[in-house]
Structures are given as C-alpha cells and as structure tokens.
Design a protein around this ligand. Sequence first.
Ligand code: J2J
Length: 541
Amino acid sequence: AVSDGPELTRWPAAVAAAYRTAGYWRGQSFGAALREWARRSGDRPAALDGDRTLSYAALDAAADRFAAGLVALGVRAGQRVVVQLPNTADFLPVVFGLWRAGAVPVFALPAHRHSELGYFCRHSDAVALIIPDRIGGFDHRSMVDAIRAQAPTLRHVIVAGEPGPHTALSDIDVEPVELADPDPSGLAFLNLSGGSTGLPKLIPRTADDYLYSVRVSVEICRLGPETRYLCALPVAHNFTLSSPGVLGVLMAGGTVIMCPNPAPDTAFPLIERRRATMTALVPPLALLWLNADRSGVDLSSLRLLQVGGARLPDEAARRVRGELGCALQQVFGMAEGLVNYTRLDDPDEVVNTTQGRPMSPADEVRIVDDADREVPDGQVGHLLTRGPYTVRGYFRAAAHNATAFTAEGFYRTGDLVRRTPDGNLVVTGRAKDQINRGGEKIAVDEIEAHLLAHDAVHDAVLVGVPDQHLGERSCAVVVLRPKAQRPSPAALRRFVRERGLAGYKTPDRIEIVDEFPVTGVGKISRAALRAALRRTFTEER
Ligand code: J2J
C-alpha cells in the first residue's frame, strides 16, 4: 500500500531522552507489564463478566496462548489487527495476546459498521479482524463481505462466539511459545480519533507513553487492590481503557467488572451485586443515572463517578454527591493524549465547574488566539498541547499532520478553553468541524460526503444543534437537485445508515431547503455557512 507519511511520528530524540531520564518512559512493553501484574496479583480477580471470573494468572496464561495461536496463524510482529469487541472478559486476553505477539491492535467501537471497519482495515493494512458474533440484534458477521471488499490485506476474520465460516476465537489457543518482546517505544496500537476532517484518523500510541499516562492516572484517582471498576462505556475507548480505566485497574491490582450496557437497569444491579467502587460515564449517561429510579437498589459501594467525553453541565455536576452518594471527578481527555482531571481533594466548586487540569507536570499547555499568540489567563483561546503521552502525528496522515500540529509539535486540540486563576481548564466550545453528540464524536464532512453520495443531493451541511439530553445533536441541511425525484428526510436518513456507519452518525434531523444563504459577493465559506445554518436551526427550536 502507498504510505502517506510515517506510521509513528517520534518525539525528538532529546525530548524522548528527557522523558526517560525523568522516569516517565520506563521501557516496559504491555506484555511485560501484564507479566508483572500477574506475578503480584496472581489468583486475585482481574475481571468479572457475568458469572465468569478471570484471575490475573488466568489472564496472563490466556494471553500467552492467544499470542502463540496468532503466531501459528501467521500473524507477524508489526502487523495490524482490527479489534471490535463488546465489554466482555475476552477483550483482555485478546488485546494482551496481540501485544505479546507484537501485533498492533486497532481499536474499533461496537457501534462501527462496515464502512468504518473497512476503512480501518484498509488504512492500517490489517491482516486480521476480530469481531463478536452478535451484539444485541446485530450480527457482526454480516459485515465481513463488505469489509473484505475494501481491505485486500485482510486474511483472517476471528469471531468471539459462533464463528460461522470464519475462525473461532476459542480455537486460537495453543501451547505458549517464546516470543520476542516488542520495542516499548515503537508503535503498540492505534486509537481512533473523533476526527474533524474526512475519515477518522488513527492515533499511534506506544507502550512507553501510554503506560505512563495510566500510571499517573492510577495515582491521581487513587486506585488500589480494593478498586472494583464498573466498565460501562465501551472498553476500547481511550477513557475506559486508560483514564485510568481497565489498564489502570489491572496496574493497581483491582478488579474490572464488565458491564454489557450502561443503562441503569443493567448497571445498577451489577454495581449492587459486585460492590463496584467506581465507574466512568459520558454526561448523558450521568444524567440518565441521576434521573433514574434508584429505590430498591443499593449503590452505596460507589465512591467515585468519573464523567468526561463532553461538557458536563454545572447543574448536573452539583447533583452527583447528594443524589448518587459518591464523589464526582471531571475528566477532559482525548485519544491523542492530554488528559485533565479534577483532583479528589479539590473543593466542590472546582469539581463542579471545571474540567480539571493536566495530569502530568510535563504536560505543556498553551491557550492561544487565531494567530497562535498566547492569550491572558481567564480569556478563551484554542488549546494546544504537547507532552510525554501526547502524540506528535497521526498514522499515515502527512498532509493532515501539517495542520493538526504546530511546527513545535503541539497538537491543535480544536477545543476552546479558558484557564481559571487556580489553574483549572474550563471547556467553553470548539473550533473543529466536529459534533460532540453526548461524548460520541461526529466529523461533519464525513457525514456530508455520505449525503453527497445520494444522486438527488446537490449539497449538504451538517451542523450541531443544542440538545438538552445529549448536549448537541446533528442536523443535516440539504439542497436537492432541481429535477431529481425528491427523497424524504426519512429516506435520506435510511440512505446514510445503509452506507454502513455507526448509528450515532445518522443525522438526528434532516432539513431540506431550497438554497443555502449567500452573501452579496457570492458563495460564502463553508465555515460561515455552517455557522449561519447552526444559528438558523438553533433559534427555530
Ligand atoms: C468537554 N469536552 C470534552 C470534557 C472530552 C478521557 C475522557 C474523555 C476522552 C475523550 C478521553 C471533555 N468536557 N470533560 O480520551 O481519555 C471532548 C474534547 C476533546 C474530545 C476528545 C479520555 N472530554 N471532551 O472524550 O478522543 O473536544 O476522548 O478534544 O473521544 O472530546 O474526544 P475522545
């Protein structure tokens, strides 16, 4: 395949050396880390999943056997494997097995469909895809043909559950073999970015940088062997995986409780039964939990609720302690790196009204105006950041990297923030072409391109409009071709869905208009158009 830029943009050598000297990067691979955790926590439960208990020792052994099985299949070090698994205990031996085999997982979410999965496979030259048989009513095996058609390098489809014509996950289980430990400073896995231009970007992370971020997160969130973490958001999301998430829990010797669905009727009984001490949610779920009937359910084990992924309204934040009986922590993070936390001993006012501050003393944060000049404290500006766990470039995306990062290696987050006098960040808005639908990110031009693929569509603009529950939801404004047969909004929504996209990307609403606003001098810029349409369809409500 043609490579569009490097797979991993390394930190400058002097910077990397400084991170090592400071003890941030410790030169340990993920596989070696699990070995250490298993040596320490052996028979203790690493993960609970339904009635199944996976001990640290069993996880360690299963990862070895899965790694050996991958090697027997022909998967080689450095090769990419797209992983789409729900919140089950299987996720852990699969991912650590991949790491031990030196393979590079690409973390997809359960909501992704054939268009996105095909793209991840193609863009990463994946040799294997790991999917569940079904989640809820959807059969993930039904996407395989459409994915294969896009991804010529794909050789193996591995299914957790009933394999059909594919390889069963349970068959990739052979006697452990001696394997070379991968370079901890090399490409270890690919995270997904919410994206703002075109297709989602893949984010190259290393064991050195990621394990550092997990270690600091464990300290800040005070995890220990007594921690019982309810994994309610998708396990492969950066928040759930690393802030401190599932990896943090394993590092601390605690227990992950796999939760198949974050809705109160599933999550609450599980908290009660397994005595969960902490969990992480996006704001709409936190609101759902706050508004749910909690009579007859005992949530008293819960000590800490983390909320992140989108802005939590201050009013909701203030309700958490009184109504759920646990502390709140706001988490403002990104799959590219930087994670901000409110601290457990912060005053309530800070916890309820800010998104916290960077977790590492080595995180560099600049808040700048449109010309990249630093703004005075308290003023809103663009957030730029670099540091020991923030990437310096996307995977094979040279052209995009030229604008997504400054010449000095700062990542342009696209977030608008201000810094409070005590050093915390408040997220006030966004400058990127993205909709944050309750924590789920939608790149507007990705969806516009799908709408434009309809032969009756002349032009389409996707905008975010305020929504009480989700924070914002998506509204597509569409101009149809004059002579074409006019599809209904419902037909257009169906068209987008059938192109094989995650359900949350289907426009919540489609407005068909005769023409877009124009100025006296002709067509206005796309950004101005989006702003104008956002105003129109926001005021109308
Ligand atoms: C406002 N906006 C927020 C917050 C993220 C921990 C927590 C979240 C993510 C995540 C993550 C926000 N208030 N509290 O990876 O490790 C928006 C910002 C940010 C983008 C990143 C983690 N928390 N956001 O959400 O890669 O716009 O990571 O740039 O999915 O979500 O999205 P994502």
